[in-house]
Design a protein around this ligand. Structure first.
Ligand code: NAP
Length: 299
C-alpha cells in the first residue's frame, strides 16, 4: 500500500531554478513530506536535467525559465548569487499572480537588491538561506535530510505579508529545519564570521600549502593530518558559489577580515615572545565554544 502523505500539499506546483545540492535537497525533502503537487526544475545543462529526472528528484525538467515558472505557486531560485538578478528579470513576465518567490542565497542584501525590483505586483518575495550544505555540488549531491535540525534564516521584506513569510517558515519546518528571522544586514554580518571567514581561511591555508615547492608539497599530501584534511574538505567547496559570496558580501567580509588579521598578529606576537599563558587562555576559550556548538546539536 502506498505510504500516506504526512501533511497536505502546501504548493500545487513548485519550480526550482537551479537544481544542484540545495535545490535537489529541497525537492527531495518536499517530496518526502508531500509538500508539493508537482515539481519542475530549470537548469542550463542537459546532464543536470537528465540526472534530476533519473534520480526522481523532480517530475519535469526544462532549460526554459518561462516554461518552468508558468503556473507555479512557489518558485525557488537556487543558483549562484550572481545569476539571481538576471533570472528574476527573465521570469518576471511569466510569474503567476499570488505566487511566492524565494531564494537560498548565502548573502542576503545583494540578492534582495538584485531580485526585489523584478518582483511584480501581486507576487511575493521571501528571501531565505538554509544554513546547511556540503562541499559537493549538483543534483546527485542532494539528499532529503540535509536540513534536519539546521537553521533556515528568512529575511522578509517590510512589505512581505506576515501570512506569506509564515508559509515559507512552515515549509522549512516541515523539511526538518529550525527557522529564524533576521534583518538582511544582520544576516550578512553573522554569516561573514560563521561561514565566510572560515572558508576564506581554508582556501588560503590550502593555497599556501599548494604553493610550496617540490618535496615539501608532496609531504603535505602524503602526511596530511586531520587539521589540513579538514581544511581541504572546506576548500573543495564550489569555486563559483564562493566567488559570488565574497564579492556579494564584500563589506562584512572585509570588516571581519580586518579584525581577524589583528587577532592573528596577536597570536604571532604571543608565539614570538614565548607567551604560553596567552596561547593557553585563547585555546581554552575556543574549546568552550566547540562544547557550546555540540550542546546546541549543531556539530
Ligand atoms: P550547485 O550544486 O552548484 O547547483 C547550482 C545549480 O544552479 C545547478 O543546477 C546549475 O545548473 C544552476 N545554474 C547555475 N547558473 C544558472 C543559470 N544562469 N541559469 C539557470 N540555472 C543555473 O549549487 P548549490 O550548492 O545548490 O548552491 C546554490 C545556491 O545555494 C547558491 O546561491 C548558494 O549561495 C546557496 N547555498 C549553498 C550552500 C552550500 O553549502 N552549497 C548552502 C546554503 C546556500 P547547471 O548544472 O545546468 O549549470
Amino acid at each position: 500500500m502506498a505510504k500516506a502523505r504526512k501533511s497536505p500539499v502546501m504548493f500545487e506546483r513548485v519550480a526550482f531554478i537551479g537544481i544542484g545540492l540545495i535545490g535537489a535537497s529541497m525537492a527531495l525533502a518536499m517530496k518526502r513530506e508531500g509538500l508539493a503537487g508537482s515539481i519542475i526544475a530549470c537548469a542550463r545543462k542537459a546532464t543536470t536535467r537528465k540526472t534530476a529526472l533519473k534520480l526522481k528528484i523532480v517530475d519535469e525538467a526544462t532549460a526554459d525559465y518561462a516554461k518552468a515558472v508558468k503556473g507555479a505557486d512557489l518558485v525557488v531560485i537556487a543558483t549562484p548569487i550572481s545569476t539571481n538578478g538576471p533570472i528574476a528579470k527573465a521570469i518576471k513576465p511569466h510569474l503567476k499572480q499570488g505566487a511566492i518567490v524565494t531564494d537560498v542565497g548565502s548573502v542576503k542584501q545583494e540578492v534582495i537588491a538584485a531580485v526585489a525590483p523584478h518582483i511584480p505586483k501581486g507576487v511575493y518575495f521571501v528571501p531565505g538561506h538554509p544554513l546547511a550544505g556540503t562541499e559537493h555540488s549538483g543534483p546527485e549531491a542532494g539528499f532529503a535530510e540535509l536540513f534536519e535540525g539546521r537553521w533556515a534564516v528568512l529575511t522578509p521584506l517590510p512589505r512581505t505579508p506576515a501570512k506569506v513569510a509564515n508559509k515559507i517558515a512552515t515549509m522549512w519546518k516541515r523539511m526538518g529545519a529550525k527557522v529564524d528571522t533576521m534583518k538582511p544586514s544582520h544576516h550578512d554580518r553573522v554569516l561573514a564570521i560563521t561561514s565566510h571567514l572560515p572558508h576564506l581561511c581554508a582556501y588560503t591555508v590550502v593555497g599556501t600549502a599548494t604553493d610550496l615547492a617540490g618535496d615539501l608539497k608532496q609531504e603535505v599530501i602524503k602526511y596530511s593530518a586531520s587539521g589540513f584534511r579538514d581544511f581541504t574538505r572546506v576548500a573543495a567547496s564550489d569555486p563559483v558559489m564562493w566567488r559570488d559570496i565574497f564579492l556579494s558580501n564584500r563589506e562584512a567580509v572585509l570588516d571581519i577580515l580586518q579584525r581577524f588579521t589583528e587577532d592573528l598578529a596577536g597570536v604571532q606576537k604571543a608565539i614570538r615572545r614565548g607567551d604560553g599563558a596567552a596561547l593557553e587562555e585563547l585555546f581554552t576559550r575556543t574549546r568552550a565554544i566547540r562544547r557550546g556548538i555540540i550542546d546546541a546539536k549543531q556539530a
